[in-house]
Design a protein around this ligand. Sequence first.
Ligand SMILES: [Zn+2]
Length: 324
Amino acid sequence: MGKCYLGIDLGGTSAKLGVVDESGALLHQREEPTLSDEGAEDGLLRMASSLRRLTREVGIPWDAVAGLGLGLPGFLDIPRGRIIRLTNIPWEDVPVKEYLEQELQIPVAIDNDANAAALGEAWSGAGAGRSDLILVTLGTGVGGGLVTGGRLVRGVNGMAGEIGHIRVEERGALCGCGQRGCVETISSATGMTRLVREAVLSGGETILAKKAQSGSLEARGIFEAAELGDPIALKVIDAATDALARVMAVLSVVTNPEVFIIGGGISKAGEGLFAPLRQAYAKHALPQALENVQIVPAQLGNDAGMIGAAGLTAKREKMSYNII
Ligand SMILES: [Zn+2]
């Protein structure tokens, strides 16, 4: 039997734990509550014992486990494997790598959750076999991860791939990051529902008016309305895909990826999203950057972060993932 790798995708409410083989295929997984109030050390030790149990359940001896990676939401010291501060989890200044290497006696690496997801899709998802790709995650926010020449791009402060905060409007809506007019304020689910609400307030006619006013509108509803020809829904989708396509056009001349992989909840809208996005990209991209560039849906769904985290310690011939 070959080596296997362990991955944890830590979220604010739940953690996904998985066992992955050398090809990036998921062998076994388990989801458990994060219980962030129990403190970082207790939480990490609990997950460590869950991982031992998971490998036992799937019949893998501990000496076949080659490493553990964690995808974490927040500010990290990646080379040292330390959490500086997390989003939605009150853990600060935690030496994750040190704790877990001592406990499990295997190499441990950490990275942010968006990078982990990009790595997952690159390893065994929509980007398998490609060495240059960009993952764009469209959910409540807009996130991303860049893989170039088979390597994850992190940058000096780990901010590489934070594509949601590329500004597309000089005087746009206020973004969570403090800037105005980031692409996230237009192309995320939050941004799209805001645009519908604004259109309703300024007298636009739409079947979404009630939901927009009560605050119960979701991105899915906007795509459903667009299918029925609702003019406001169509306009908002147009704005969201156009803003995102402009960002992708810029990225295409920075790293020139072979494929843009679109993930996150909004990507489930299918052609309702992909058709206008491809059209807008063709309009904005440099003609030479259009050739051989695909825009495709992500394949691993919510497992991408866990699989990619496991890949942080995997060494593969074509894809070296900045092993720490
Ligand atoms: Zn922003």
